[in-house]
Design a protein around this ligand. Structure first.
Ligand SMILES: [Zn+2]
Length: 314
């Protein structure tokens, strides 16, 4: 067999097409100046949805418009520059938005559209959603409990009572293709997955732990397998609500599975032929094309796997 590529390619939401210009965020007048400039490109996020434009070739972009008069009454974030234009996200609570702004068919979630988004659309939508999720759930100061206020062009929150500054959090998770000596891939169905849904194992990194140690611990906890040769293949922002998925391949030292029953409903080793047969007869549904889980699986497989039915991950 041909040697596998050393790293993942074509992972959705990972193209570094935005110049984030962190140096500009400290300018307190930046947002109001950008929202008064018709050259600014605005992405409007309503809850977790943004307007998406489908293209004839099957790809999609996020709708970007000039600033509107209402934008200054919402939380706005300077995302960065691309193509010579500043890009700003404006966040709206669906409870206060007009129904047609929430329910219009063009309003999509990142899960729905992420696999087809162009690189700029993916970067803008993923970054905006991660920041929106953080602002939504971190409105109070962890030191004194006072309500905090957005600062740094939307990239921090500041406590007006004690002056403390708070930064967006990213929760690091490992996700791993575990392969045995017969070159079979381990797939498991988490208790949260719909019937038939199977994927590679994943879990959050714990405090004080390295990425490689987290891979080994999660695999052993969930299926009772010891691994070595833990190799980094790629990563992906996964803003549901705030993860960074770090993808690995790992070599299984044993093959007898012992499942962690409250977490793993089933698990099994697949040869390439067995996986194709299970996908074809509908007994196995793979994770969606937007996910690094699917790319890790296809990295092992050696090419794209056509799967008519997929299921959503966390
Ligand atoms: Zn405080």
């Amino acid at each position: 067999m041909a040697r596998a590529e050393r790293s993942l390619t074509g992972v959705a939401l990972t193209e570094p097409v935005l110049d984030r210009r962190g140096d500009l965020r400290t300018d307190p007048g930046l947002i109001s100046r950008l929202l008064a400039d018709p050259a600014t490109r605005v992405l409007r996020l309503v809850g977790d949805r943004a307007e998406v434009e489908d293209r004839p070739d099957g790809t999609a972009g996020v709708s970007l418009t000039a600033p509107g008069p209402d934008d200054t009454s919402h939380l706005a974030i300077y995302l960065g520059d691309s193509g010579g234009a500043a890009h700003v996200a404006v966040l709206t609570d669906p409870a206060t938005a007009a129904d047609d702004a929430v329910l219009a068919p063009a309003m999509r979630t990142l899960r729905e559209v992420g696999a087809r988004l162009d690189p700029l659309g993916g970067a803008l939508f993923a970054g905006t959603l991660a920041l929106a999720n953080w602002h939504r759930s971190h409105g109070h100061c962890p030191r004194c409990g006072a309500p905090t206020e957005p600062a740094s062009a939307g990239w921090t929150r500041r406590c007006p009572r004690d002056g403390s500054e708070h930064y967006p959090r990213t929760d690091v998770a490992v996700i791993m293709a575990v392969v045995d000596d017969a070159d079979r891939l381990l797939l498991a169905r988490n208790q949260r997955f719909r019937s038939g849904g199977m994927s590679v194992l994943a879990g959050f990194v714990e405090p004080g732990e390295t990425l490689a140690a987290a891979v080994a611990r999660e695999v052993h906890e969930e299926v009772g397998i010891r691994v070595d040769e833990v190799t980094y293949l790629g990563d992906q922002p996964w803003p549901f609500p705030s993860s960074l998925m770090v993808g690995f391949r790992a070599h299984a030292l044993t093959t007898d599975l012992r499942l962690q029953e409250d977490e793993i409903a089933s698990a099994r080793w697949f040869s390439r032929d067995e996986l194709l047969a299970a996908v074809a007869d509908g007994s196995v549904h793979l994770p969606g094309r937007v996910s690094i889980a699917r790319r890790l699986l296809e990295h092992w497989f050696g090419g794209e796997v056509e799967a008519p039915e997929t299921f959503g991950l966390r």
